[in-house]
Design a protein around this ligand. Structure first.
Ligand code: ADP
Ligand code: ASP
Ligand code: MG
Length: 440
C-alpha cells in the first residue's frame, strides 16, 4: 500500500481538493495524509499567541474570520444538503471549542489543542467530500495511533500496533484519510510533530506499514536545486539519495520537514515528491540510489546563532570540549556546525531558548562571542567534497564574508555560515556559477 500526503495548498481550495480527489481515485487502496488548509495553522498559531498576550478580543475576531472561510468552503464543496448540514455542525463544534479556549489560561497544552484543529477540519471536510463523490473512504483519527515518546520521537511500536488495529476495523474502505502533524505525547496529551510535520506523519506511517512508497504532494514539481522563494532559475532534481534529501531537509529546504526521511531510509521505502497542480511532472524520487555529479542542490537555514568559545589553553586543557558539550546537552540544545582552532571553538545552534543559561555556564571558564542572525548555506551532492566545483566556491563567494565552513563532516555536504543579510546574494551567486554555467 502507498501513503500519499497532500500539503496545505493541495487542500487549500475547492479546486485543489478536486485535483486531490482525481489523483487518489485510481482504484488502489491507500492511506492519504492531509495537512490543514493553507493559512489555517498560521492563523491558529496567531490565535494562541493572542490568548498568551491576553489580547482576547483579537483572538475572537480571528476565530470568527477563520470560521467564515470554512463555511464558504463547505458551501462550495458539498452540494448534498444532508452532508453539508452535518459537516457544518462539525465545523461549528470545532469553532465553539476554539471560542471556549479564549477564556482559558494559556499553556503549551492549550496551544497544542488549538493548532491541532486545522488538520481535524480539513480531513473531516475532505472525507465527506469523497463520500459525496461516491468514493468509499474512511476517516482514521491520527490520535488513535500516532504518538511520540518522552524524547519527542515517534513511538514506532505503539504506532505499528495501533495503525494495524484501525486499518483492520475499516478493512472494507478503499481510501483511508488521516490527519498529518497531530499526535499524542507520552502523557496522552494532544501534541504535534512541529511545523510542516505532515510530511513526517506520512513517512512514520510509511515505516509502520512498510509502505510500497510514500508520496509527498505539494505545490511545486519536486525538490529544486536551490530555494525558489529567493533564487531565480531553479530547477527540479529528478533523483536524490536518502542522505542528500536528509541533509537538504535538515538544512532548510522547506519542501520537506527536517525529519521526513528518517523513518523510511532503514527499510528503503522510496519517497516521491509530486506536484498536485501538475501531476504529470516527474517530481523527485528519493531512494537509496546515489548518482555522481558534484553539487546537486543548495539550501539555507535561517535563525542560526554562532557562539565562539575562547580559552587561552584549549589544546593543552584536555577535557575542554567535553565540558563545552556537556553544557549544551544539559540544556537539550543540539549543535549544527562546529570548527576548532588552537585557542577557540566556534559552534552554531538553531534553538536559542536556553541561550542565556548556556552562556552563563560557558562564561565561567571561557571568553564568549555571540553572533545572531546567521544562516547556514548547505551544498549537497554525492561525494561533493571531492568534486572540482567545490574548489571554485571561494572564488564564487569572494565578496561574501564566510564566518565558518564545515567540510568533510560528511561526504555529501559542505556547509557555510554567513550573515543572514548575505543569504539571497550568496544563494543566487552559487546558482548562477554552479548550475547556470556562468563562467567566472
Ligand atoms: P506543503 O504545504 O505542501 O507542505 P510547503 O510550503 O511546506 O508545502 O513546501 C513547498 C514549498 O517549499 C514550495 O512552494 C517552495 O516555495 C518551498 N521550497 C523551499 N525550498 C525548496 C526547494 N529546494 N525545492 C522546492 N521547494 C522549495
Ligand atoms: N499544518 C501544519 C503546518 O502548517 C503541518 C503541515 O502543514 O505539514 O505546519
Ligand atoms: Mg510542508
Amino acid at each position: 500500500m502507498k501513503v500519499l500526503k497532500f500539503g496545505g495548498t493541495s487542500v487549500g481550495s475547492v479546486e485543489n481538493m478536486c485535483n486531490v480527489k482525481n489523483i487518489i481515485n485510481d482504484g488502489d487502496k491507500k492511506i492519504v495524509v492531509l495537512s490543514a488548509m493553507s493559512g489555517t495553522t498560521n492563523k491558529l498559531v496567531a490565535i494562541s499567541q493572542d490568548i498568551k498576550d491576553v489580547n482576547l478580543s483579537e483572538a475572537e475576531n480571528k476565530i470568527s474570520e477563520l470560521q467564515k472561510v470554512y463555511f464558504e468552503t463547505i458551501d462550495q464543496l458539498l452540494e448534498d444538503s444532508d452532508l453539508n448540514k452535518s459537516v457544518r455542525e462539525y465545523v461549528i463544534s470545532i469553532f465553539e471549542d476554539l471560542k471556549a479556549c479564549v477564556s482559558k489560561v494559556f499553556s503549551d497544552a492549550l496551544e497544542n489543542q488549538i493548532v491541532a484543529q486545522g488538520e481535524l477540519l480539513s480531513t473531516y471536510m475532505f472525507n465527506s467530500y469523497l463520500n459525496q463523490e461516491g468514493i468509499h473512504s474512511a476517516l482514521l483519527p491520527a490520535l488513535d495511533f500516532m504518538r511520540i515518546d518522552g524524547n519527542k520521537e515517534p513511538n514506532i511500536d505503539y504506532i505499528k500496533n495501533n495503525i494495524k488495529t484501525v486499518l483492520k476495523e475499516n478493512e472494507s474502505a478503499n481510501i483511508y484519510i488521516t490527519q498529518g502533524f497531530i499526535c499524542l505525547d507520552a502523557n496522552d496529551e494532544v501534541s504535534n510533530l512541529q511545523r510542516g510535520g505532515s510530511d513526517y506523519t506520512a513517512t512514520i506511517i510509511g515505516a509502520a506499514i512498510i509502505a510500497e512508497e510514500v508520496q509527498i504532494w505539494t505545490d511545486i514539481d519536486g525538490m529544486h536545486n536551490n530555494d525558489p522563494r529567493y533564487v531565480e532559475n531553479t530547477n527540479p532534481i529528478s533523483n536524490l539519495s536518502f542522505d542528500e534529501a536528509a541533509e537538504l531537509a535538515y538544512f532548510g529546504a522547506k519542501i520537506l520537514h527536517p525529519q521526513t526521511v528518517t523513518p523510511v531510509r532503514a527499510d528503503n521505502i522510496p519517497v516521491r515528491l509530486k506536484n498536485t497542480m501538475d501531476p504529470i511532472a516527474h517530481g523527485t524520487l528519493i531512494s537509496s540510489k546515489t548518482s555522481e555529479g558534484g553539487i546537486k542542490a543548495i539550501a539555507a537555514k535561517d535563525g542560526i546563532t554562532a557562539i565562539k568559545i575562547k580559552s587561552a589553553r584549549m589544546l593543552q586543557a584536555h577535557g575542554f570540549l567535553k565540558k563545552v558539550f556537556e553544557i549544551f546537552e544539559t540544556y537539550e540544545t543540539s549543535i549544527d556546525m562546529i570548527t576548532t582552532s588552537e585557542v577557540a571553538v566556534s559552534l552554531t545552534i538553531d534553538d536559542d531558548r536556553n541561550l542565556d543559561k548556556i552562556l552563563n555556564e560557558l562564561e565561567k571558564f571561557a571568553l564568549i562571542e555571540v553572533d545572531e542572525r546567521q544562516s547556514i548555506v548547505c551544498l549537497v551532492g554525492h561525494s561533493v567534497v571531492n568534486h572540482q566545483d567545490t574548489f571554485k566556491l571561494f572564488q564564487i563567494l569572494q565578496d561574501v564574508k564566510i564566518r565558518m565552513i564545515s567540510y568533510g563532516g560528511s561526504k555529501n555536504n559542505i556547509s557555510l555560515l554567513i550573515d543572514t543579510d548575505d543569504k539571497i546574494n550568496t544563494l543566487q551567486k552559487l546558482n548562477d556559477y554552479l548550475f547556470e554555467l556562468v563562467t567566472l
